[in-house]
Write a protein that binds this ligand. Structure first.
Ligand SMILES: Nc1ncnc2c1ncn2[C@@H]1O[C@H](COP(=O)(O)OP(=O)(O)OP(=O)(O)O)[C@@H](O)[C@H]1O
Ligand SMILES: [Mg+2]
Length: 596
């Protein structure tokens, strides 16, 4: 990312250094968010404020040893990332420097000023030109090179085909040449236009600017996660936004891993903002070992990891979420559904707070800068399902973990995040303590996508909505009863209220709780999800009718049925719909057979 284009370079001098924030004078003419190289070591930075001829620069690398008077040279471009084949499977830092190859090159610590090309300059990729386009050009047709147009493709990994696109900006004219199938490196020109436009396998894009698309599309397609509490109770849409707030150790990371593993997105971008260095080491060692359940191969074949550790400058952490979302938009533009996990956005916000403090800005709530909500919005608003420039459909879904100090959701990062997300998966300390996982609270969580995805789900099972709202309603009733139970005990309740408690337990144990370590239960197909919940709700309705006819709760409780219902999730295989149907028939027969 450090190679410069050599356009309008402005050279100033460093006049003040405060950790990752540097002031340089003599910078008039430089633009906000221009990239700057500082000092002899060419430390990479970005202009975040300009006052007269003084530029305030945040640097992405360790600036120890930098002295006042050192040169600061603008690169004449905003902070940008390189996009092309080779991204998938790579672990980057917040400014897209590949960690693995830099570690190999520089030893344990990254050398300051290491350019560390994001994409391997020497690796050859098999480029296959678009057959139709190729035929048109060869047939002498004047085909205009439109932004976002797909000129060919490269098999990037076994799971991802990288479409080679005309960049969204900067190329004009009519195609004069399209390369034949062959092996090319990322800088090789594979298509040319009559006006001198050159299309290479890779392209650049500024991280703080959303990549363009033709049109935003609706949120009617769910992003399936195989996690019942999410898919049925609090569904996320493709192109949607969700937050997972939770106190220390409540399961934010586990939930994100489960979603990363099982969700039906073609590409996963995982942004790790660890507080402690070892937390990130866990991600770096564990994530590449995760197996994609669909292919049986490494999840890294469809994943890009962005890792921020505590020993990296905070500015790199601040920018990492924009880097991540830019990579996501690139694959979206090819027509993929992309899911971003950011763990945790609170660590990101702390980076923002530290930088703001160094710049001596007026702090707002809890020391966070007043622009915290703007920056959060700039991240979450880049989610969406769109019609791409090439005419395909693609989406970026964003799932951000939030770690409020002391688990207190009223703090600023959780509160502001809530304004920009539409799906809130609140992790509950009591559930986690009781080892009810995922510890997603059915009281505090919500999804504003439920109405939008309902038609999709009702094609899977017409009972989706009634089972869902029935179960949520019943859990609410149970919550109200809980207070009475605390005072007088469950035994004193009338039978119809006992039935509510029993069914609520079934919903919790037999449906909401899901064991990530159980071979069958770790993932649940849409049909099985609704199937189980419908059976539980049917058990409730039928039992209620029996009670009305004078049967007692003791009689119903004696049946082995109840325990069996709670075990369906891990007993019945995902593809065994017949077993669910058979269980339903058995249940009806048993209940109908009960006599006074
Ligand atoms: N779905 C789950 N299934 C089984 N165990 C789980 C699940 N979710 C969480 N756990 C348990 O809870 C522990 C803590 O989970 P996790 O590391 O995801 O929490 P966290 O909220 O990310 O914590 P931190 O605040 O430290 O980042 C896990 O090690 C695991 O034992
Ligand atoms: Mg965690």
């Amino acid at each position: 990312m450090a190679n410069t284009t050599g356009l309008t370079n402005i050279t100033g001098r460093v006049i003040r250094i405060s950790g990752p924030i540097i002031h340089a004078s003599g910078m008039s003419g430089a633009g906000l968010f221009d990239v700057v190289e500082v000092g002899e070591k060419h430390i990479l930075g970005e202009i975040v404020r300009i006052e007269d001829d003084v530029a305030v620069i945040q640097v992405y690398e360790d600036d120890t040893g930098l002295a006042v008077g050192a040169p600061a040279v603008t690169a004449g471009r905003p902070l940008s990332v390189e996009l092309g084949p080779g991204l998938i499977g790579t672990i980057y830092d917040g400014i897209e420097r590949p960690l693995q190859s830099l570690y190999q090159q520089d030893g344990a610590f990254m050398a300051v000023g290491s350019s560390g090309d994001a994409l391997d300059r020497h690796k050859k990729w098999r480029f296959v030109p678009d057959a139709a386009l190729s035929a048109r050009i060869q047939g002498g047709e004047k085909v205009e090179a439109k932004p976002g147009m797909i000129v060919g493709e490269v098999a990037e990994t076994r799971a991802v085909v990288c479409k080679i696109m005309v960049p969204p900006a900067g190329i004009r004219g009519v195609f004069s040449a399209l390369a034949p199938e062959g092996d090319y490196d990322v800088k090789a020109v594979v298509a040319r236009t009559t006006t001198g436009g050159e299309i290479t396998l890779s392209q650049w894009w500024p991280v703080r600017k959303p990549r363009p698309s033709v049109q935003r599309l609706g949120a009617e397609q769910p992003l399936l996660t195989g996690q019942r509490v999410i898919d049925v109770f609090f569904p996320l849409s493709k192109g949607g936004t969700a937050a997972i707030p939770g106190g220390f150790g409540t399961g934010k990371t586990m939930t994100q891993h489960a979603v990363a593993k099982w969700c039906d997105a073609g590409v996963i971008i995982y942004i790790g903002c660890g507080e402690r260095g070892n937390e990130m080491t866990d991600v770096l060692t564990e994530f590449p070992e995760l197996i994609d359940p669909r292919t049986g191969r490494s999840l890294m074949e469809r994943t890009i990891l962005i890792a921020n550790t505590s020993n990296m400058p905070v500015a790199a952490r601040e920018v990492s979420i924009y880097t991540g979302v830019t990579l996501a938009e690139y694959y979206r533009d090819m027509g993929y559904d992309v899911a971003i996990m950011a763990d945790s956005t609170s660590r990101w916000a702390e980076a923002l707070r530290e930088l703001s403090g160094r710049m001596e800005e007026m702090p707002a709530e809890e020391g966070f800068p007043a622009y915290l909500p703007t920056r959060l919005a700039e991240f979450y608003e880049r989610a969406g399902r769109v019609k791409t420039l090439a005419g395909n459909e693609g989406s970026v879904s964003i799932i951000g973990a939030v770690s409020p100090p002391g688990g207190d959701f009223s703090e600023p990062v959780t509160q502001h995040t809530k304004r920009f997300i539409r799906c809130f998966w609140a992790l509950d300390r009591e559930l986690a303590n009781a080892r009810h996982y995922p510890a997603i609270s059915w009281v505090d969580s919500y999804s504003e996508y439920a109405d939008e995805v309902r038609p999709w789900w009702e094609k899977v099972d017409a009972y989706w909505d009634s089972a869902r709202s029935g179960a949520l309603e019943l859990l609410k009733k149970e919550q109200r009863l809980a207070e009475i139970v605390r005072l007088i005990g469950a035994d004193a309740l009338p039978d119809n209220q006992k039935l509510i408690l029993i069914t609520a337990d079934l919903i919790k144990n037999g449906f909401l709780q899901q064991n990530s370590f159980d071979d069958i239960d770790m993932y649940c197909t849409p049909a099985k999800q609704v199937g189980i919940l419908s059976l539980i709700m049917e058990f409730y309705e039928k039992s209620l009718a029996l009670l009305k006819r004078g049967l007692t709760m003791v009689q119903i409780n004696e049946l082995p049925l109840r325990e069996h219902l709670a075990r369906l999730k891990s007993e019945i295989k995902n593809d065994d719909e017949a077993a669910l149907i058979a269980f339903g028939e058995e249940m009806r027969k048993t209940l109908d057979g009960l006599r006074r």
